[in-house]
Design a protein around this ligand. Sequence first.
Ligand code: AMP
Length: 483
Amino acid sequence: MSFEVLGLAPKILQAVQEAGYTEPTPIQTAAIPPIIAGHDLIGIAQTGTGKTAAFTLPMLTKLAAAQAAAGPNRRTRVLILAPTRELVVQIEENIRAYAKHLPLTIATVFGGVGEQPQIRALRSATDIVVACPGRLLDLLGRRNGDFSGLEFLVLDEADRMLDMGFLPSIRQIVRQLPKQRQTLMFSATLSKEIEGLTHEFQRAPKIVQIGRRANPAETVTQLVYEVPRHLKTSLLIHLLKEPNMDMVLIFSRMKHAADRLARQLEQAGIKTATLHSNRSQNQRLRALQDFKSGHVRVLVATDIAARGIDVDGISHVVNYDFPMHVEDYIHRIGRTGRANQIGDAISFVTNEDHGELRALERFIGRGLVRKKAEGFNYTAAAPPYNPAEEGRHPRHQQQRGQRPPRNDQRGQQNSSRPSAAPRPPQGGRPQFGARPQNARPQFGGGQRPPSEPASGNREGGNERHFPSTAPRPGGFRRRFGAR
Ligand code: AMP
């Protein structure tokens, strides 16, 4: 299949070619024609499948055609809503690359930074607005922006927006949009709540589902390293000596633990950046840029901060802390092996994690390969206690060896979580529609703590204020079969 047969405008085909894409991904093949034909669409696809281009390329094709017919526009024509600032910026970068031969204007709107540039962009009827719901609603409420001529609404990572409690804001925004519009929605999973959203916001949507629901990308090799809890950092440092670990994203469950781990890696001579919601917008952007540019080869992140990350060439994802939710596992490992690249996902599993590991294996329908690091001493004693390290945050003063509270994002302790190997999810995998609102499929069947409020610090940033990096060309460093 080639891009030529999908009906895209010549200027967009040119941009796609310049991005180095030689053939469309499955979600692109399936989604582009119905969007060009004018249908609403619900796309069920994992991150890393090329879904941003799947909705952007046909939209741009239609915008270009309408623009040619009607001349310059005076109102915003496309609104894309996404859950995190990182994802908003990522989408914007992609659109800029795909629209580079079109005279379209693009702006981003998200909280945490000055609103004036965003207000100016909204007032000047920017063609395409990519926004987090909280800040956009805030600005719209003060009569900034005219969406009365809107042609497209896109809800990206709709499942995550629901999880994060954005539904009321989205409803209020959608109320201000014309009913006559094309609505595209993308989600990693199809749940009852997502079906509810399609009924509420879409008209007879076509459904495009790629791959098994929540199935990890097939290009990712998943490995488990069983390790005593006190040796996790030593094992990580040991593994990072491997020369092929050239771009490594490490997941830590807690923000402060992420900082501490980064310090320990730095002490071991490994340049490391960190990404979590306690860091300022500029620190986060700098961390991402350093990682993307290869200035640092290791990035330590928490789940939510890493949501929007689209970095080509991530060679390894390391679950330093085993994730609590099936979806977090899928999203984490989806950071590598993107768009047919290959990558390794390494999970550290301690004695306390075995219940979650079994639940995950049941969920994905197979056992994961266990690996032992060569030359690593698994029987070493715990490193000497370092009160200076431990005492940096009150939470670290908890008894050593005790499992940390599971929700790092706001430092709340989840009292409902069983401490020993928990029960697997009912029937071995989360049921469609069986989960309560604002809950995600979870290892062990425990309750998820309440989401960070929609207006919380996960949104933030600035309008268009750091260099746009085009989606990486197809010349991926590590293509399937190429290593
Ligand atoms: P997404 O799922 O939208 O986050 O895209 C994941 C990555 O795949 C991005 O880095 C895109 O630049 C890249 N990509 C999208 N479409 C293609 C394609 N047809 N061929 C190669 N890479 C692509």
